[in-house]
Ligand binder design. Structure first.
Ligand SMILES: Nc1ncnc2c1ncn2[C@@H]1O[C@H](COP(=O)(O)OP(=O)(O)OP(=O)(O)O)[C@@H](O)[C@H]1O
Length: 308
């Protein structure tokens, strides 16, 4: 049970074919309570299809999704009671106030939602100043906050947002992060945010699940708080004897060639001085060492191949 509470969403070996083509291939990942996850992948990599299966809008061919420990296949209602999601644009009543929209959704909900809970979500998404104004007067960012307020009314343990930053500027994205962060930290909600833009995920998330062609290819820390002293980087070495250097670097992790440089994937900055020492001891000269953030490196290596 402990694991189910700390991992409110678990995706297990999910596969799906559409139009005779396998779109999602044995996909597995899980998210931890209180953290914001980016679900990052190029256009067409399968983010929306995966999310649609998680929220039970479409069926899966194989595998399962557990929400709060409940299977979406066999305990659909219990599982869905723990999810909040905005997959398409939320249906807001433009001519009603934000509060009236919330009250309407509360009445429609299968769970009982108290007036206190309505006020609580208004405060969470920082809409108190405008909640009695008509929704048609709201900015895009405010509408989006109201959409999030609606989707968390029933106190879900996981909130899923499909491309929530569409149309938002960097300031709007940072603001979105700020209240998603409060929601994650204060209410312990796990949040999964899909995007095809690395920059958005970097601004918003603690961790990223990177997908390509319907498969998870990496899961890693994004925010500095998450990384702490162990910031994961790819270290780029320009050296005098690349062949010999490659053998030495290989003792520390996966090495890849990038033109005349050697790239050591997934190392930490703390580890680099001892690696430099090992190279020098083996009489290898070093022209230059630099770092790339692991996420940037992972994502660029896959989108470059994809796009070109
Ligand atoms: N109903 C369908 N029939 C056939 N193929 C489909 C169908 N729906 C989606 N696909 C294909 O599945 C793949 C994944 O689509 P999906 O929308 O899940 O990707 P995505 O990562 O969300 O991309 P985007 O960021 O462009 O929305 C694409 O190649 C798409 O063309």
């Amino acid at each position: 049970m402990g694991d189910q509470l700390s991992r409110p969403l678990v995706v297990e070996n999910v596969s799906k074919s559409l139009g005779g083509k396998k779109i999602i291939k044995n996909m597995s990942f899980s998210v931890e309570a209180g953290k914001i996850y980016g679900f990052l992948g190029p256009n067409g990599s399968g983010k929306t299809t995966t999310i649609r299966m998680i929220v039970s809008l479409i069926s899966m061919d194989e595998g399962d999704v557990k929400i709060g420990g409940h299977s979406i296949r066999t305990e659909r209602e219990q599982a869905l009671s723990k999810i909040g999601a905005i997959v398409e644009n939320p249906d807001l009543y433009e001519y009603m106030s934000g509060r009236k929209n919330l009250m309407h959704f509360a009445r429609m909900s299968k769970q009982k939602i108290s007036p206190e809970r309505i006020q609580e979500v208004i405060n969470m998404v920082e809409l108190d100043h405008a909640i009695d104004k008509k929704v048609k007067t709201y900015s895009l960012g405010m509408k989006q906050r109201l959409g999030i307020a609606l989707s968390i009314l029933h106190e879900p343990s996981i909130l899923i947002l499909d491309e929530p930053t569409n149309g938002l500027d960097p300031k709007g994205i940072r603001e979105l992060r700020s209240y998603l962060k409060d929601l994650a930290r204060n209410a312990g909600v796990a949040i999964l945010v899909s995007s095809h833009l690395l920059s958005e995920i970097e601004l918003m998330c603690d961790r990223a699940i990177v997908i390509k062609a319907g498969q998870v290819i990496n899961e890693l820390a994004v925010s500095e708080q998450e990384q702490g002293d162990q910031q994961e980087v790819a270290a780029v070495f320009e050296v005098t004897q690349p062949k010999k250097a490659e053998e030495i670097l290989a003792q520390y992790g996966t090495v890849r060639k990038d033109e005349k440089n050697l790239v050591l994937e997934a190392t930490t900055i703390e580890q680099v001085p001892s690696i430099v020492m090992a190279l020098v001891k083996n009489e290898i000269g070093i022209y230059h060492v630099s770092y790339k953030k692991s996420l940037e490196d992972t994502y660029h290596s896959l989108t470059e191949k994809e796009v070109m």
